[in-house]
Structure formats: structure tokens, C-alpha cells
Design a protein around this ligand. Structure first.
Ligand code: PLP
Length: 379
């Protein structure tokens, strides 16, 4: 019998569908009748170029990426994109670069832009309230009409803040919108045409660490580099686009597994279908938090921004967050085969990541354990 899989609530890298892992295992020693592992095949072989083209086409179909957008498979993680957006899109470093700061990741992106010499304008920041998702009213946002771009992070993986699906509609038309979707990529429908650049490290909803997906509108490629800036070749959207993501050796294994996940997702009914599943999974957990206010408190206070992907909460003792009780919560979960529930080291607490590959039964098992834990007397 197959070994029982633990239920993995980790924030990454990569929770993957079981069927995808089985397929990888089955194909590991002999990829597509070549007698070689995919790991050993040239990235210029017909087999690899074929799978790269299929992965790209499947992603285009899944997200409805319009024809005037390019899909790039890049390296260096989402962190490299913090720099790449400045190199590729700054136009003029002195122009305002509008950053919306809703958590640790958008804060890091803004920091990197500043480090590279861009004139960063913070549209608003929730830092003062610990990135608890309390978004100021739009009348208080400091948007620039002449910004090089406006940047936000769609889902803050550490702080559990996910912007509403229609957030992009509130941003000025005519300014390219740059969005980090690392941790909610392919988790719900997105109108790609509203964005200049969407990017994400693959290692949450998509595939293994090592490949970064970048979707960029064609007219922004190679046209907006600030005078005096020379784009490092590996960060250059133009080089990557002109070489169909094969300028140098790509992370072939990560792209292969990502392609299998795209196929899996299409078979699940695509983004629309998984979006419904994701909403139900998140509701199961948030309902327990709301129903046991003496034991659990969500760390996100803002309305409509509680993440479906990373549910962050504290465990209370005597009405206050208790690191000790959280350790007991995590230990009890591990005894039940539920792992990686501790919050990010920078914030503590509990974080339950509910990525696409985690099914409803897993979320239900967590919710049942949370009810059981809340009912047991605190020791
Ligand atoms: N942006 C978000 C939203 C993330 O969750 C992460 C990593 O967890 C990053 C950026 C950084 O990604 P990477 O580790 O691929 O550089």
C-alpha cells in the first residue's frame, strides 16, 4: 500500500499534487521513450523544447493570457523580480515608483527599488499596524499620475493578507501595474489585461523552486529602461523573450514539473474550479477561528483581505496570544500527521497554507483538529 501522506500546510517550497509526483516518479528514468531522465536531456532537445512550449501554452490557456503578453520562464526567484522590475520598467529613476505596502514581501520589493536608486513613493503602508490588513480608504492613498509603475503584492505570504480580486480596478488606468502573485498564482481567475507585469516564484501553487513565471505586456519589453541603467542580462525581459526563455540553461526539472501541474490543473477544471475549492477550504478554517474566539484570533483585522492561501492566526491563553499554547497546537497537529503549521519566524503564531494541491479533506481535517484543540482544557 502507498505510504500515507502527511498533510502539508507549509508555505513553500511546493506542495504538489500526489498524481503529479507519481508521474514524475514513473518518468524519472526514461522520459518519453528517450532512455534518459529528463534531468539528463539537453534543454535544446526536441523533448525539452516541446514540453516548454506545452507548459507555456497551458499556462496561457489557464490564465487566459492575451496574445499581446509574453510568458517568460526566468530564474532567481521572485526576489530577483524585485530588481528586474526596476531595471526593465523604471523609465526614469527620478520618476515616482509607486509601491503599495501590505506586508513583508511588498516592503522588501520597495526596499530593493530604493536600493537601486528609484524614487520610491509609498502609496500607503500598513506597517504601523503590523501589516494587519487594515487598508486605508482610497481617499488617503498617495498615487502619482506620472508613476513609472504601480506595484503591489496580491498575497502576502507571511502576514496572510490577500488583496480583493478586483483590487487592480482601483489603480489609475494608464500606469502599468506590476503584481507579485507568488503565493496565489493560479488560485483564482485574474484579468491579465489589467496588468503590465505579473510574476511569481513557482514554488507555492505551481511547482518546484527554481523557476519564476513572468507574464509581461509586449509593449513594456525593452522600451522602458531608465537612461544610465544597464540591465543585467539574466534580468532582461527582452533577452529572455527574444530567446524564448532559453538564453542560458533553464531550470529544466522545475519547468517540467510545473508543466505537469498545469496539466493537472486543467484536468481539475482550471482556475475557475480550483478557485471555488480554495474558497471552501479557507472558509472551513476561518469559520473555526470565528467560532472559537476564546482560543483563536486571526492576525488580519482588515475587511475582505484575509488570505485564502495563508491563514494566519494566534492561539490564545487567557485572552492573549500564547507562544506556549501555539507550540502545543503545532505538536498536537504533528501527532495527527499535519505538518508545517508554525507561522513565519518573523511573526510567530500559526500559519496554515492552503495551496491548490491541498484538498478539501485536508482543510477539513485541520478544522476538526482546531475544534478538538479548542474544546480541550488548556494545560
Ligand atoms: N513574494 C512573495 C509573495 C513570497 O511569498 C516570496 C517567498 O516566499 C517571495 C516573494 C520571494 O520569493 P523567492 O524565494 O522565490 O525569491
Amino acid at each position: 500500500a502507498a505510504p500515507r501522506r502527511t498533510l502539508n500546510f507549509g508555505a513553500g517550497p511546493a506542495v504538489l499534487p500526489r498524481t503529479v509526483l507519481e508521474r514524475v516518479q514513473a518518468e524519472m528514468l526514461d522520459y518519453a521513450g528517450t532512455g534518459c531522465s529528463l534531468l539528463e536531456l539537453s534543454h535544446r532537445s526536441a523533448e525539452f523544447m516541446g514540453l516548454l512550449a506545452r507548459a507555456s501554452a497551458d499556462l496561457r490557456a489557464l490564465m487566459g493570457v492575451p496574445a499581446n503578453y509574453r510568458i517568460l520562464f526566468m530564474q532567481g526567484g521572485a526576489t530577483s523580480q524585485f530588481s528586474a522590475v526596476v531595471y526593465n520598467l523604471a523609465v526614469d529613476l527620478a520618476a515616482p515608483h509607486d509601491y503599495i505596502v501590505t506586508g513583508g514581501w511588498s516592503e522588501k520589493a520597495a526596499q530593493e527599488a530604493r536600493r537601486l536608486g528609484a524614487n520610491v513613493n509609498t502609496v500607503f503602508s500598513t506597517k504601523a499596524t503590523g501589516h494587519d490588513g487594515r487598508i486605508p480608504p482610497r481617499s488617503e492613498w498617495r498615487l502619482s499620475a506620472d508613476a513609472a509603475y504601480v506595484y503591489y503584492c496580491d498575497n502576502e505570504t507571511v502576514h496572510g493578507v490577500e488583496m480583493p480580486g478586483d483590487f487592480v480596478e482601483q489603480l489609475p488606468a494608464g500606469v502599468p501595474v506590476v503584481c507579485d502573485m507568488s503565493s496565489n498564482f493560479l488560485s483564482r481567475p485574474v484579468d491579465v489585461s489589467k496588468y503590465g507585469v505579473i510574476y511569481g516564484g513557482a514554488q507555492k501553487n505551481v511547482g518546484p523552486a527554481g523557476v519564476t513565471l513572468v507574464i509581461v505586456r509586449e509593449d513594456l519589453i525593452g522600451t522602458r529602461t531608465a537612461p544610465g541603467l544597464v540591465v543585467p542580462v539574466m534580468l532582461d525581459y527582452k533577452t529572455c523573450a527574444e530567446n524564448d526563455s532559453l538564453y542560458n540553461t533553464p531550470p529544466t526539472f522545475a519547468i517540467y514539473v510545473s508543466g505537469l501541474v498545469f496539466e493537472w490543473l486543467r484536468a481539475q477544471g482550471g482556475v475557475e474550479a480550483i478557485s471555488g475549492v480554495n474558497a471552501r477550504k479557507a472558509r472551513l478554517v476561518y469559520d473555526v477561528i470565528a467560532g472559537h474566539a476564546d482560543t483563536y484570533r486571526c492576525t488580519v483585522a482588515g475587511d475582505g483581505v484575509r488570505s485564502r492561501m495563508n491563514v494566519t492566526f494566534r492561539v490564545l491563553a487567557g485572552g492573549a496570544p500564547s507562544a506556549e499554547r501555539e507550540r502545543a497546537f503545532v505538536a498536537g497537529a504533528e501527532q495527527r500527521g499535519m505538518i508545517q503549521l508554525a507561522g513565519h519566524r518573523s511573526v510567530g503564531g500559526i500559519r496554515a497554507s492552503l495551496y491548490n494541491a491541498l484538498d478539501e479533506a485536508a482543510a477539513a481535517a485541520l478544522a476538526a483538529y482546531m475544534r478538538e484543540f479548542a474544546a480541550a482544557p488548556a494545560r
